[in-house]
Design a protein around this ligand. Sequence first.
Ligand code: NAD
Length: 267
Amino acid sequence: MKGLKGKNVLVTGASSGIGQAIAIRFAQEGCNIAINYRKSAEKAKETEVIAMQKACGELEKCGIKTVLIEGDVSQEQEIITMVNQVVEKFGSLDILINNAGIQIEKASHEVAGEEFDRVLAVNLRGAYFCAREAINHFLLNGGGVIINISSVHEIIPRPCYISYSISKGGMKNLTKTLALEYADRNIRVNAIAPGATITPINEAWVNDAEKRILVESHIPMNRAGTTEEMAAAAAFLASEEASYITGQTLFIDGGLTLYADFRETWS
Ligand code: NAD
């Protein structure tokens, strides 16, 4: 996609799911990819291997650089270290993908303080501090792009996932506020909002035929999304094809946010 080749990209939580697919897609676009992971170096390595295979077959002939970076985005100091490591390894950072995310299912009246704080610390506070560090670098470097991985729950309330809903609602304003604040300094900030997507975070229904039918019955396109579909949208928003787009959330949800019940007619 226009303008992506040779860019340096950091993807948080890139050892699985949507983050893994995004890292692979950016490698296919000719970007250097920094693969952040929290626990599993093995899974991060898997991302690197697939990315390289898909991008060019053979690592040496490819010209793409990769780095695996362990780091917990709920820890401010680890974020600072992570962004510094990317700049040291690649020389600069051009694109940040704030993807790392967790959720905890619990009735809202039963959520413990530390559970609530943990989700906000990863999904929202972590995304902000990653953005802050990236922006500090972008300002020295003449610009950059941030893509936040939000959710349809940025606008659809989600009972029993109060901290997750709040984190994604907050991400909307994180995206808009940073976009406005830095629009005149060649920094674009956008979000993608996936609907139900086949990833480990959804293991509760992905491999359970009955539950999956129920989940997909709410989706106008009658199916969950793929990680590749999410990655394609992230690549578009990061590319020069989207050079005049900032502060927006792009919903990639098979029509989930279209109020599916209105499909019913009276006749
Ligand atoms: P996933 O569980 O495969 O990915 C989440 C990733 O975040 C994992 O790699 C995990 O290791 C990483 N992570 C968790 N805590 C971390 C931390 N403290 N520091 C660094 N990394 C951490 O699930 P996914 O579906 O790929 O989720 C990716 C993003 O997409 C999340 O932000 C999620 O909210 C969002 N999303 C997913 C769906 C969906 O249906 N799958 C829908 C909407 C939004």
